[in-house]
Design a binder for this molecule. Structure first.
Ligand SMILES: NC(=O)C1=CN([C@@H]2O[C@H](COP(=O)(O)OP(=O)(O)OC[C@H]3O[C@@H](n4cnc5c(N)ncnc54)[C@H](O)[C@@H]3O)[C@@H](O)[C@H]2O)C=CC1
Ligand SMILES: CC(C)CC(=O)C(=O)O
Ligand SMILES: [Mg+2]
Length: 359
């Protein structure tokens, strides 16, 4: 069966990093991956052409694709758009919502070669392998009502943090099943000492636990979880949390692996259709300079092969190629260290491609 794959480069460094990932995808096609690859516009670049960060044509192509590879969206150029529904980030949130991509997997895995690149001591992070399972289509990023309006002579801003039992149960099952395949420990992160929505979250996680007797479930408040991630991150195996807490904690976890440029992600729906993207944003501060780290995006291709395209051998080949390039001492600026060779985005892509072919 021919898989449809849609590449959405987006904004900022998005086109630079997806260009390198697309070369790896083409190498996979040459090695037997049966896929048709198309590109489309999303985010600010789509707004500039169509006045819409998620044009109907892009959404249709995304619905038809088994796997979507997205670079990143957003940037200062579009931050002044008054209609919030037209901001680039809405293109990304719209894709997640329309496709029902509720299950976000963010693996914080430290390549041993990068132990020195982490801002934490090597002994704190060496061997790190955490899977953050983040709910992606609910919570405060989507809750209604929301807005900014005048009340009592001044403006107030408000959002709604809401989860239904079925939404919590659905992401809970993804996390329990993930823990079963890994170290069998699941930490659910909430703020149940303050927020009713997460009191319910905790109750649902507890209710599910007996169905997964081989998994040890624990709970942690999000403020403590942020602290524990930097104090002793190896205590975690799988973490499950809501949309906003997961967004924040996964950026923190990214730094444990050396750089946010190393963290890939998968966003999956019930049918295994997925969108794959680095966890970072469009990095406007370095866009256009050819220095961005493309490895999170390349590793996102590996996740696509594993989770949506049933090609685990190709996924492992990409991951091994990244390992080889790091062994060979190549580093983009964000993971540079003394004695290693600092390379551009393109040179890193060249090296991963060469390693992929040589393995
Ligand atoms: N998934 C997405 O498309 C996301 C989009 N954004 C958007 O991106 C824009 C910038 O947001 P920021 O808060 O600055 O977050 P960011 O993740 O884009 O950048 C934060 C810092 O990390 C660095 N960085 C990020 N990716 C890198 C890479 N691959 N290689 C080397 N360094 C890298 C940047 O240079 C910057 O110093 C905003 O418009 C934001 O809304 C933010 C997060 C996710
Ligand atoms: C537009 C944001 C919600 C994207 C983001 O920061 C993320 O998903 O990590
Ligand atoms: Mg984020």
């Amino acid at each position: 069966m021919t898989h449809k794959i849609l590449v959405l480069p987006g904004d900022g460094i998005g086109p630079e990093i997806t260009a390198q990932a697309s070369r790896i995808l083409a190498a996979c096609q040459a090695r037997g991956l049966d896929a048709e690859v198309e590109e489309a516009l999303v985010g600010g670049s789509a707004y500039d052409v169509h006045g819409d960060p998620l044009p109907a044509e892009t959404l249709e192509k995304a619905k038809a694709a088994r796997g979507i590879l997205l670079g990143a969206v957003g940037g200062p150029k579009w931050d002044k758009i008054e209609d919030l529904t037209k901001r680039p980030e809405k293109g990304l949130l719209g894709l997640r919502k329309h496709l029902g991509l509720f299950g976000n997997l963010r693996p914080a895995l430290l390549y041993p070669q990068l132990a020195e690149a982490s801002s934490l001591k090597p002994e704190v992070v060496s061997g790190l392998d955490i899977m953050i399972v983040r709910e992606l289509t609910g919570g405060i990023y989507f809750g209604q009502p929301r807005g900014i309006e005048a009340r009592d002579g001044q403006r107030v801003g408000f959002n709604t943090y809401i989860y239904s039992e079925s939404e919590i149960e659905r992401i809970g099952r993804v996390a329990f099943e993930m823990a079963q395949k890994r170290g069998k420990r699941l930490c659910s992160v909430d703020k149940a000492n303050v927020l009713e929505v997460t009191i319910l979250w905790r109750e649902v996680m507890e209710r599910l636990a007996p169905e997964y007797p081989d998994v040890e479930l624990s709970h942690m408040y999000v403020d403590n979880a942020a602290m524990q991630l930097v104090r002793a991150p190896k205590q975690f195996d799988v973490m499950v949390t809501g949309n906003m807490f997961g967004d924040i904690l996964s950026d923190a976890a990214a730094m444990l692996t050396g750089s946010i440029g190393m963290l890939p992600s998968a966003s999956l729906n019930e049918s295994g259709q997925g969108m794959y993207e680095p966890c970072h944003g469009s990095a406007p501060d370095i866009a256009g300079q050819g220095v961005a780290n493309p490895l999170a995006t390349i590793l996102s291709v590996a996740m696509m092969l594993r989770y949506s395209l049933a090609e685990p051998a190709l996924a492992e080949r990409i991951e091994a190629a990244v390992g080889k390039v790091l062994d060979d001492g190549l580093r983009t600026a964000d993971i540079a260290s003394s004695g290693k060779r600092t390379v551009s985005t393109r040179e890193m892509g060249d090296a991963v491609l060469a390693a992929f072919e040589s393995l």
